[in-house]
Design a protein around this ligand. Structure first.
Ligand code: THU
Length: 136
């Protein structure tokens, strides 16, 4: 599938912000960029902790930043993993959090660099999404 310039630009933002990752334990930097329906881009990085389980992934950092600024109309999310030699997909916890705020048709692009991208949708990485009925 040919990737749109919109998604390529979003991936570029994720790649740039990955340099700001706080990853002294894994040395595995991750950057994420979310596109809002008004064209705004919100970014995030992984923030690790010496108590390993407290680590926050880049995708969740970006989502929590956006939501805490009152922004929830997400249309796409990009994830850049420059320290990998293959495209690293969002972890299970992040898929659950993405599904809280994004529609099943939301585009997801991830990769280690711009020549090594996977373009997909939330419905593909997180099918059989459950518990929507609890949302009031
Ligand atoms: N990580 C992310 O930020 N996003 C993912 O989708 C995969 C994993 C981070 C968590 C940890 O800081 C490092 O990558 C290694 O797992």
């Amino acid at each position: 599938m040919e990737i749109s310039s919109k998604l390529l630009n979003l991936f570029n933002e994720a790649e740039k912000i990955a340099k700001k990752a706080y990853a002294p334990y894994s040395n595995f930097r991750v950057g994420s960029a979310i596109l809002l329906d008004d064209g705004t881009v919100i970014t995030g990085v992984n923030v690790e902790n010496r108590s390993y389980g407290l680590t926050n992934c880049a995708e969740r950092t970006a989502i929590y930043k956006a939501v805490s600024e009152g922004k929830k109309n997400f249309v796409a999310i990009a994830i850049a993993t420059p320290d990998a030699d293959y495209p690293v997909s969002p972890c299970g916890a992040c898929r659950q959090v993405i599904s809280e705020f994004m529609k099943q048709e939301t585009e997801i692009v991830f990769g280690s660099n711009k020549d090594n991208l996977v373009l997909t949708k939330l419905s593909e990485v997180y099918p059989f999404d459950a518990l929507h009925e609890l949302k009031k």
